[in-house]
Design a protein around this ligand. Structure first.
Ligand code: C2E
Ligand code: CA
Ligand code: CA
Length: 850
């Protein structure tokens, strides 16, 4: 049987619960009320006791006067909205303890402090809190003196014990006061109490200690020899000046340190990253509640407004630049607006580029120094944003260019170049049970559609075929248009070559479905040639050619597919012959290295040379690298080949060094070299053998996006860097990849492609791009080298744009080693034949290998 609980009981239980939830929701109010309650209780008890404590009225007046002074900030140091204020409180309390009995002192303290804050028109809440806290602190201090000294401070004889007692009282007072205020701040700002307490703790302790000493000193002087009190004012003045000077110096040092670190953090290439760092740092530096960065957009379009605070960006939205100087500043939550706003304009090359605004929810007066810092910070932010803008302009340009260069305009599919790039990565990861397949699709009778229905119809038809192919293969497979009516599909991850045939059969079925065009239903058939890597070919070129051979075989039986079969392919023999020739060329040392000098644009002096390989072919004469590098790359000989070039280049550079020169030598790496984990060890070995410092060797890399994403590439480049070899990004600006790459791999040099340099004389956009590249290089801590300087006009243009080094026919053509030495006035040093490895070298080697 259950009886209903009496209503009173239920209410009784509910009230504490309501109270608890109110306290949880309003911890600060609860705390202040608690403090007031305790203060009132103590003051009441004291008032009762005071009735039985006769005292002179001058004493009460003196106590009140002291306490009116006690909570008055003696020094205010503003860190943004937070005021750190320092008072004479301990001095006042100690002196008052001695001249007024405690029961009178405590109420006097409460009322005087309350009165002071009310007179200053502080919030009643704050006034009450301070009055109560002061009364409690004073009461605790009085009790401490009593307990430690064995008698009340008032009317006591002053001796060593009493001195100790007063010191303890001051300590208790300042500890209580510090803790109580820190708790209030922590509750109002929702911070951890200990963190608030710790902030500026030792500074506060120092000031309190000084105050305590002064307080005890005053009491001692007053008791022992009143006239000595006359020296008090100058002593206090000196102390005051010392506090002040010290605090300001600290504040200043902090501010500049913060500015320095804030500026350092601006060095980023992405607008929102810069904005975030500006907001977080400005909020911390100036203790602003809200920071806004408005970044203007080009051509009068609305700019981007980032707003936030110390915790990061809270809101991003479009806003026009007309808002510059506007004082309303939202705090991101939209419900309050800042009371005080400080703004500094951001300047760009074409004038105003944005604005940086600080918002404070309370009245704040930035010092002259803070305004200076804000202005300086504004300048740094302006240049960081300029860098970002140039960088993004370059990126857009490069991406558009790369897209065009790698895509087919009609179908939007990739083109031959993209297929090549994608194949590089697919082939790098292929193996016997992870085959890659290339399918080449050719449409039969497409020409008839073009001829009878016109080219427009042909175009639509090709687009539809492209879509069909895309939708019938996996997303990871690459579909490209090779030209005309020829398409290619690159598939990776096939368990066996036969799996590719299934895809080919499926494609044929899909293609044979009629295509709707202008009310007609056109039927078309295709042929597919299939070849796999590594089953059928050992390089991409070979794969492409063999898929082509297979396609040719398929065409003989229309509407079918054919897988490459070596017994039907006669042309394979030629391949083998070329590979054999390259092998002979390596074995018989037919490759020679020419050197093209590079110069410092500022001083005109030579700084190094780039090694450019030539093939001294026994029958065909001197061959340019473009004619055979591709074949070398696909022959499996690229590693030996590259090491031959490095060996020759390093040997030559070592001979320059032996002649006292500091010239560097640059060698071009093939993308494939970056997949080779051993290369760094090999390079290290060559450097050691010739005794050439690693930093004299510059390795030039031109990468593709795919390559730069491979882990092994980063590993190889990382190892080379660690060794001290310099890295250079060659032909910068010609691939969309370079930018992403630069952010990951720290390079020493960026070589601006000659297609940009060539346009410097008459193209404004070429100038803008080169300028951006130079700035970008510099912001990454790399030097910029202009290539293809064919006349003095280009050299001068590069110099004006701040480019560091230059290379080109105008300054010196690629030439044999002897010619270069003569041209640069270097002595002909017989090349030293490296002797057997010494022990020292062995140790170095192990260090490098490790
Ligand atoms: P690259 O690395 O961009 O080398 C610069 C090319 O520009 C050289 O062509 C050089 O002769 C040419 N050049 C220099 N100044 C001027 C100028 O003022 N105007 C013009 N129009 N051209 C100038 P080269 O020697 O025919 O080399 C062509 C490319 O072959 C090189 O381009 C590089 O990518 C590659 N290459 C050369 N040697 C090696 C090598 O040892 N290994 C690898 N993997 N590639 C190499
Ligand atoms: Ca190069
Ligand atoms: Ca180049």
């Amino acid at each position: 049987m259950s009886e209903p609980a009496p209503a009173g009981g239920r209410l009784g239980r509910r009230v504490p619960r309501l109270l608890r939830s109110w306290v949880a929701a309003n911890p600060l109010s609860a705390y202040v009320w608690l403090m007031c309650l305790a203060g009132t209780a103590v003051v009441s008890v004291m008032l009762v006791a005071a009735v039985h404590t006769p005292t002179d009225s001058w004493r009460i007046a003196a106590a009140a006067a002291l306490f009116l002074l006690a909570d008055r900030p003696l020094l205010e140091i503003r860190f943004g909205r937070d005021n750190e204020s320092f008072t004479w409180a301990e001095v006042c309390v100690l002196v008052a303890l001695v001249i007024v009995p405690l029961p009178i002192l405590v109420p006097a303290a409460a009322f005087a402090v309350l009165a002071y804050h009310s007179l200053m028109r502080h919030h009643p809440f704050k006034s009450l809190f301070n009055g109560a806290a002061f009364a409690l602190g004073t009461a605790l201090a009085g009790l401490t003196v009593w307990v430690v000294g064995g008698e009340a401070a008032y009317g006591a004889h002053f001796d060593v014990r009493q001195g100790f007692a007063l010191a303890a009282g001051a300590l208790v007072f300042s500890a209580f006061n510090g803790a109580a205020v820190a708790l209030a701040v922590a509750l109002s700002e929702r911070l951890a109490w200990l963190d608030v307490l710790r902030k500026g703790l030792w500074l506060r302790s120092l000031v309190d200690l000084g105050n305590g000493l002064v307080g005890i000193g005053v009491v001692a002087m007053a008791v022992w020899s009143r006239p000595t009190l006359l020296v008090l004012p100058p002593v206090l003045a000196v102390m005051y000046a010392a506090y002040r000077g010290y605090l300001h110096a600290m504040q200043e040092r902090d501010l500049w340190q913060q500015l320095e670190s804030a500026c350092r953090q601006l060095n980023q290439l992405d607008e929102s990253a810069v904005a975030t760092s500006v907001i977080v740092n400005a909020a911390a530096m100036f203790k602003a509640d809200t920071v806004e960065v408005l970044v203007a957009a080009a051509g009068g379009r609305p700019g981007t407004l980032y707003s936030g605070g110390a915790d990061g960006v809270r809101e991003v939205r479009q806003e026009s630049l007309d808002g510059i100087g506007g004082s309303a500043l939202s705090d991101g939550t939209g419900d309050t607006s800042a009371l005080m706003v400080y703004a500094t304009p951001l300047e760009g090359p074409q004038g105003k580029a944005g604005v940086l605004r600080l918002g404070f929810r309370g009245p704040v007066d930035l010092t002259k120094r803070e305004r200076q810092v804000l202005k300086t910070f504004g300048h740094s932010v302006s240049s960081a944003l300029q860098n970002v803008a140039l960088y993004s302009e370059m990126r857009t340009h490069a991406e558009a260019k790369a897209y065009e260069a790698s895509h087919d305009g009609l179908t939007g599919l990739g083109n031959r170049a993209l297929l090549h790039d994608k194949a590089q990565i697919a082939l790098a990861g292929a193996s016997d049970d992870w085959q890659s397949a290339l399918l080449i699709i050719d449409l039969d009778h497409f020409k008839e559609i073009n001829d009878t229905l016109g080219h427009a119809a042909g175009d639509v038809f090709l687009q539809q075929v492209g879509q069909r192919i895309v939708s019938s293969v996996k997303e990871a497979d690459a579909v490209c248009r090779l030209g005309g009516d020829e398409f290619a599909v690159l598939i990776s991850g096939l368990r066996t070559p036969e799996h590719a045939d299934a895809v080919a059969a499926r494609l044929l079925t899909v293609l044979s479905e009629p295509v709707g065009f202008d009310g007609l239903r056109l039927s078309i058939e295709g042929s597919v040639g299939v070849a796999c890597y590594p089953a059928d070919a050992s390089s991409f070129d070979e794969l492409l050619r063999r898929a082509d051979v297979a396609l040719y075989q398929a065409k003989t039986a229309r509407g079918s597919f054919s897988h490459y079969r070596v017994d039907r392919d006669e042309s394979s023999l030629h391949r083998l012959a070329l590979a054999a020739e390259l092998r002979t060329a390596l074995a018989e040392d037919q490759f020679v290295v020419y050197f093209q000098p590079q110069f410092d644009l500022a001083t005109g002096s030579p700084v190094g040379a780039e090694a450019l390989v030539r093939w001294q072919h026994p029958k065909r004469g001197l061959l340019a690298p473009d004619t055979f590098i591709g074949a070398v790359e696909h022959s499996g000989l690229i590693r030996d080949f590259t090491m031959v070039v490095i060996e020759k280049a390093v040997a030559e550079c070592a001979s320059w060094a032996a002649d006292g020169s500091q010239l560097t030598v640059a060698v071009n790496l093939s993308a494939r070299n970056l997949l080779d984990k051993e290369i760094s060890t090999d390079v290290g070995r060559v450097l050691l053998r010739h005794g050439l410092p690693a930093e004299r060797l510059v390795l030039e890399i031109t990468e593709t996006t795919m390559m730069s994403e491979l882990e092994v590439v980063e590993e190889v480049l990382g190892a080379l860097r660690t060794m001290g070899v310099q890295l250079s990004v060659d032909d910068f600006g010609t691939g969309y990849s370079s930018l992403a790459f630069l952010q990951r791999v720290a390079v020493n040099e960026v070589k601006i492609d000659r297609s940009f340099v060539g346009g410097l004389a008459d193209s404004e956009s070429a100038r803008a791009l080169v300028r951006a590249t130079v700035q970008l290089a510099h912001s990454l801590g790399a030097r910029a080298v202009g290539e293809g300087v064919e006349d003095e006009v280009l050299a001068e243009a590069l110099r004006t744009l701040g480019c560091d080094f230059a290379q080109g026919y105008h300054l010196g053509r690629p030439m044999p080693a002897d010619a270069l030495r003569k041209a640069l006035g270097l002595r002909q040093v017989p090349r030293a034949v490296p002797g057997p490895r010494t022990d020292v070298e062995g140790r170095h080697l192990r260090a490098i290998a490790g």
